[in-house]
Ligand binder design. Structure first.
Ligand code: PEP
Ligand code: MG
Length: 892
């Protein structure tokens, strides 16, 4: 017989934290907390295997499930001294989802299940608190009707609001037991009216309804979208946790709350969270009442007048402090806790590794390692390299003028600017039109995930630091300001009123997720400075990695940024990118369009001083670090003049007539620009171009070496080579130029000449090419294009269909196709090394900044990867993780 159901309670559990796949995160951790002897209300977990079986069998349960659930219910009854469905001593339960990976708010929950017209009376007398019993019953009807019966919340909210209006009440707390009882009556009538059948009274029917709804919610639209965004396989399924209720709404000595064992925004070591007195879990999450702080220190810092948990329920607080320390030690990570205090006694409802910002993740990993709870290797492996992007986001320039419209909570760090939109649909549409927007909402719900994803940042007028908007934005790494209560949104007129101004949909605002400010207009941003824990962790990563990290840079700004981020050289200087601006593009076009050598040399003479001074600056910034300069590789279509005005400009510079030039441009026009007259083909046809570049490089190397005292050893790279003969031809010109410049200046030049491997033929013939090449740099952008036969320019139009159909799991221009392109890289590396054992091997395609591709480079033993400046830290960390991963595998 398959075991479908696992019980926990009273210091014992059938599961443990190792069974996440089977019990889901919540179920496994509830079991673990029980085993640790912590106060957990007894319950049971229906395994994820049931979910899988349910969907495989046309939404039918395994036959023996019902018997196992009954037995588990009896067991919970024994532990609590209550009986499910009993008229005088009823057991009430909660029913919650719990997948392997946390999917906050995506699936359904029902609380207070087991209440009906009879058990509500029993609860009233058992608790000597009829108000509590009827309040719980109305909550149950609302939740159950919404989750299981598919009746919208607003049906019930409207009834409640009307009732309060009729009595002149404003707060729920003003309602008596008798009032709630009347509301329950109205709620039940509403269900009867809307559905033509009564609200279910049989607790077993209620239970199976709720279990079915939770399993059903695995396939709701928002859960599907969340799985898609987080790469969670559908086959994992969710578990269902059925647990004896404990009540945070039993009066002023009861409460419910959520807490993080460290600050999830900045990682500070402090108990951080919120609670509400006399409330149930959904009240905290919904953000309708303003939550209170847990610690006195937090309350004082926030300037709140509402008492902290520490002051209002000191014993429960002390117990929470004891437990949080214990859980952190046990799990060796920051925990996200849910708790309820029932009449002064603390109960734990959940623990899990807490979601955090990248900033917090760094600080927590470094602190935990320094506290001896984890090793440095573990600290390195805990940081998702891609998440470092969050730290590299711009912040608002402190010198910029800020017109503060309002201030909310600093829910997720970073600053963002965009046009106001009020719905997720508008946000998604705007992104399609390449417009940047800020999503402005009263509060967000899981329905808004797609809009939040599309927006630059999120602003809400309601909700605390653990509200949906705050938690989800932090997870996404998006700036978010929540709870900006002074802002009024008018959906009908499409306006928001803030700081005495009325702003329309489409007007620009800026939000600062680090201090909660909402600012008028677009504001100047600053590039981030990296220090503290970032530097520490990067230092640790550097000690473990083998791969060197270089950068792709051609401007002084890029080179400086990359050096600041720890780049150990330039792996690719695309010389053609040095000619995009101003006068330079004209000289470049002149050179390309010249129809004889004389014309070309005239243009090259103009380009030489520009090249030389650029190289001098780069060499100086890099201070003796290796610099690979690639000879010109211009995809011609990017450089040819298109408009009449541009053609006229070049014609004037060349002293020729525009019509002649237009015809020449037409002649050069290609339908396959990425495979055309570019790369070394240019140097083969017009060697004087390579000569000019070589001269500029050598003269700059001598000048920079003299100025800085650090000798420069340039690496000259020949692009798009397919045969050794091409390389030899270009290399001969470079060597001759080295000799000439050396003689002119009376110095011996040190330099190396290598090639890019970016064509399949070059990879296959690498052994031959290595006879002439002192280094290879894999140009995986072109190698991907030419191996897959997918053009770099138009892949976007169909790659989406390939991903949707799982033909390709990733965009091969983002993450290296290891099976195909990777095999060519590996083969070329092997063949190159066979010919020249000390050949230097690097990779400079976009894949050089992608963690999965970096792991591949480590596995085939390349010497370095080269990536854009902002990805250098990501690459440093990914390289360390790759090196550590390799050690673990070898040991295991
Ligand atoms: C490449 O092809 O991978 C490369 C780095 O060169 P480019 O992107 O300039 O063609
Ligand atoms: Mg290329």
């Amino acid at each position: 017989m398959t075991k479908w159901v696992y019980t926990f309670g009273d210091g014992q559990a059938e599961g443990n934290s190792g069974l996440k796949n089977l019990l889901g995160g919540k179920g496994a951790n509830l079991a673990e907390m029980c085993n640790l002897g912590l106060p957990v209300p007894p319950g049971f977990t229906i395994s994820t295997e049931v979910c899988t079986a349910f969907y495989e069998n046309d939404r039918r349960y395994p036959l023996d499930l019902a018997a196992q659930v009954d037995a588990a219910l009896r067991h919970v009854g024994t532990l609590t001294g209550r009986i499910f469905g009993d008229a005088s001593n009823p057991l009430l339960v909660s029913v919650r989802s719990g997948a392997r990976a946390s999917m906050p708010g995506m699936m359904d929950t029902v609380l207070n299940l087991g209440l009906n017209d009879v058990t509500v009376e029993a609860m009233a007398s058992l608790a000597s608190n009829p108000r509590f019993a009827w309040d719980s019953y109305r909550r149950f009807i609302t939740m159950y009707s919404n989750v299981v019966l598919d009746l919208d919340h607003h049906n019930f909210e409207d009834i409640l609001e009307e009732f309060k209006d009729s009595k002149g009440f404003t707060l729920d707390t003003e309602l008596s037991a008798e009032d709630w009882k009347q509301i329950v009556g109205a709620y039940k009538n509403c269900v009867q009216e809307k559905l033509g059948r009564p609200f279910p009274q049989d607790p077993h029917e209620q239970l199976w309804g709720a279990i079915g709804a939770v399993f059903g919610s695995w396939m709701n639209a928002r859960a599907i979208k969340y799985r898609e965004l987080h790469s969670i396989p559908e086959s994992w399924g969710t578990a269902v946790n059925v647990q004896a209720m404990v009540f945070g709404n039993m009066g002023e000595t009861s409460a419910t709350g959520v807490a993080f064992t460290r600050n999830p925004s900045n990682g500070a070591k402090e108990l951080y969270g919120e609670f509400l007195l006399n409330a149930q879990g959904e009240d905290v999450v919904a953000g309708i009442r303003t939550p209170q702080d847990i610690t006195e220190a937090a309350r004082i810092a926030a300037g709140s007048t509402k008492p902290s948990l520490e002051m209002s329920l000191p014993e429960a607080y002390a117990e929470l402090v004891r437990i949080y320390g214990l859980l952190e030690k046990h799990y060796r990570d920051m925990q996200d806790l849910e708790f309820t205090v029932q009449q002064g006694k603390l109960w734990m409802l959940q623990t899990r590794n807490g979601k955090r910002t990248a900033k917090a993740a760094l600080r927590i990993a470094v602190d935990l390692a320094n506290e001896g709870l984890i090793t440095r290797e573990e600290a390195i492996q805990r940081i998702d390299p891609a998440a470092l992007d969050q730290l590299l986001h711009p912040t608002i320039d402190p010198n910029a003028t800020r017109v503060v419209l309002s201030t909310g909570l600093p829910a997720s760090p970073g600053a963002a600017t965009g046009a106001i939109v009020f719905t997720s649909e508008e946000a998604e549409q705007a992104v399609k039109e390449k417009r940047k927007v800020i999503l402005v909402r009263v509060e967000t719900s899981p329905e808004d995930i797609h809009g939040m994803h599309a927006a630059e940042g999120i602003l809400t007028t309601r909700g605390g630091m653990t509200s949906h908007a705050a938690v989800v934005a932090r997870g996404m790494g998006k700036p978010c300001v929540s709870g900006a209560g002074a802002i009024r949104i008018d959906m009908v007129s499409g306006t928001m009123t803030a700081g005495g101004r009325v702003l329309k949909r489409g007007d620009f605002i800026t939000i600062d997720g680090s201090n909660g400010q909402v600012l008028l207009g677009e504001i100047a941003m600053l590039q981030p400075e990296l220090s503290g824990e970032f530097g520490t962790l990067m230092g640790w990563a550097d000690a473990f990695r083998r791969l060197r990290i270089r950068t792709n840079a051609e401007t002084p700004l890029d080179a400086r940024t990359a050096v600041k981020f720890g780049a150990e050289g330039i792996g690719l200087c695309r010389t053609e990118h040095m000619f995009f601006d101003g006068d330079r593009i004209i000289a470049m076009r002149e050179m390309i369009l010249a129809d004889d050598e004389k014309g070309r040399r005239t243009a090259l003479d103009k380009l030489l001083p520009m090249q030389r001074s650029d190289f001098v600056e780069l060499f100086e910034i890099m201070r003796g670090l290796p610099v690979t300069i690639r000879l010109l590789d211009p995809p011609l279509h990017e450089f040819l003049p298109h408009e009449a005005r541009e053609i006229q400009e070049v014609a004037e510079a060349m002293g020729t007539n525009a019509e002649k030039l237009r015809l020449r441009a037409l002649e050069l026009k290609e339908s396959n620009p990425m495979l055309g007259f570019r790369g070394c083909r240019l140097a083969v046809a017009y060697p004087e171009i390579a000569e000019m570049q070589a001269r500029a490089i050598f003269e700059a190397a001598i000048e920079a070496g003299r100025k800085s005292g650090a000798p420069v050893t340039p690496e000259i790279m020949v692009p798009l080579v397919m045969t050794k003969a091409e390389l030899d031809l270009v290399k001969a010109r470079i060597d001759a130029m080295a000799k000439m410049v050396g003689e002119e200046q009376g110095v011996e030049l040190n330099y190396s000449v290598g090639t890019m491997i970016e064509l399949p033929r070059a990879a296959l013939k690498a052994g031959d090419i290595a006879k002439s090449a002192e280094f290879f740099s894999f140009g995986t952008n072109d190698l991907t294009q030419t191996t897959l036969g997918i053009s770099r320019d138009d892949a976007g139009s169909f790659l989406g269909s390939y991903k949707a159909r799982n033909i390709l799991t990733e965009d091969p221009f983002v993450t290296l196709d290891q099976e195909g392109v990777g095999e060519l890289v590996q083969l070329a590396a092997e063949r190159g090394r066979r010919t020249r054992p000390d050949i230097k091997l690097g990779l400079c395609g976009e894949h050089g900044g992608d963690p999965a591709s970096i792991a591949f480079c480590e596995s085939v033993g390349l010497d370095y990867v080269s990536c854009s400046p902002f990805r250098v830290p990501i690459a440093r960390l990914a390289a360390a993780q790759a090196a550590l991963g390799k050690v673990t595998k070898a040991e295991g």
